[in-house]
Structures are given as structure tokens and as C-alpha cells.
Design a protein around this ligand. Sequence first.
Ligand code: SF4
Length: 178
Amino acid sequence: MAEYITTKSGAFKDFIKGVVSWSRKWSFWPIPIGTACCGIEYMAIVASHFDISRWGAEVVRFSPRQADLMVVAGTITRKMADVLRRVWEQMAEPKWVISFGSCASSGNGIYQTYSVLDGIDKIIPVDVYIAGCPPRPEAFLEALEYLQSKLEGKKEYFEELKQKGKIIQMKGKPVIIG
Ligand code: SF4
């Protein structure tokens, strides 16, 4: 009997976990940190042509307390680093971060100066990077789908992108080819 109850409650827990991940998967609330040209690219993604509402991620919030997906799109200077970290700390849990473009991901070669942070991962954890200057809007959608598949614990999407040459792994982190 005890075994029966354990099995049933285990199945129920799995079911609830599945429902929660499914809901999170289709309801990202992004907070964009658009500091340069990649920010404009992000605006295109949210607009009608690419229409991220098809992925349930169109409810862009400008308060970190109402957001769970930070999209850093543009150059982050050292002066801004503390502010970015504070905004990230104020976001609701669980939260994710997409580093959109070369500037956010590495400081970008052309701007590697004393005033520019060489990658936001120096101050906050990043879930997925998107390479490119600027990356294609489609690359952002691939990153979003990658995060969705990660939420559901599925590895097939990563393999699918890998076979198409659209994703690589660097230091154990996924990088979408922009
Ligand atoms: S990666 Fe390129 S397009 Fe994006 S903010 Fe930097 S310079 Fe601009």
C-alpha cells in the first residue's frame, strides 16, 4: 500500500512539475537591457515580422520584479556593470539570462577598451550566448527555443541545432551562431 501511495504521489509530483515547466516555457517575461545597436535588433524581434508572441515571450517588462528573462543586448560599460547586477538581483526567481550579441558576450573586439566590460558573465550568470554583430533575429528565436527545451529537460533540441551547425559549446556554455 505504502509503495502504491509513493508511486502515485511520485506520478502526481511529476505531473505538477511538467505543468509548471510547460507554463514557464510559454510565458517568459523578458526585461531588455538594450544599450546599443543590438537593442534595435531586439525591437525587430518583438515587432510583427518576427513576433515573439508565438513563443509567449512578448510581455516585455521594464521592472525587474516582474521579469524572469534578462536580455542583454548591447555594450555594457564598466560604469554600468553594478547597475546591471542590481537589476538582475531584483528579478524574480527562477530567472534566466540571454547574452545577445558580441558586445554583451565578450565586449566585442572592436570595443575592447578599458571602459567596456569583456562579457556580462563577469558579473551575472548567463544561460545562453548569441554570437554575432548583430545576431540575426532568428538566432534569438533559436536561443529562446533552446531555453524552452532546457526548461523541459529535453536535450534533443540542442542536438538538432548542433547538427545544423547553429550552436556550439564553449566552456560548457551554449553559444548560438548569430
Ligand atoms: S554586437 Fe555589434 S550590433 Fe550588437 S551592440 Fe555590439 S556593435 Fe552593436
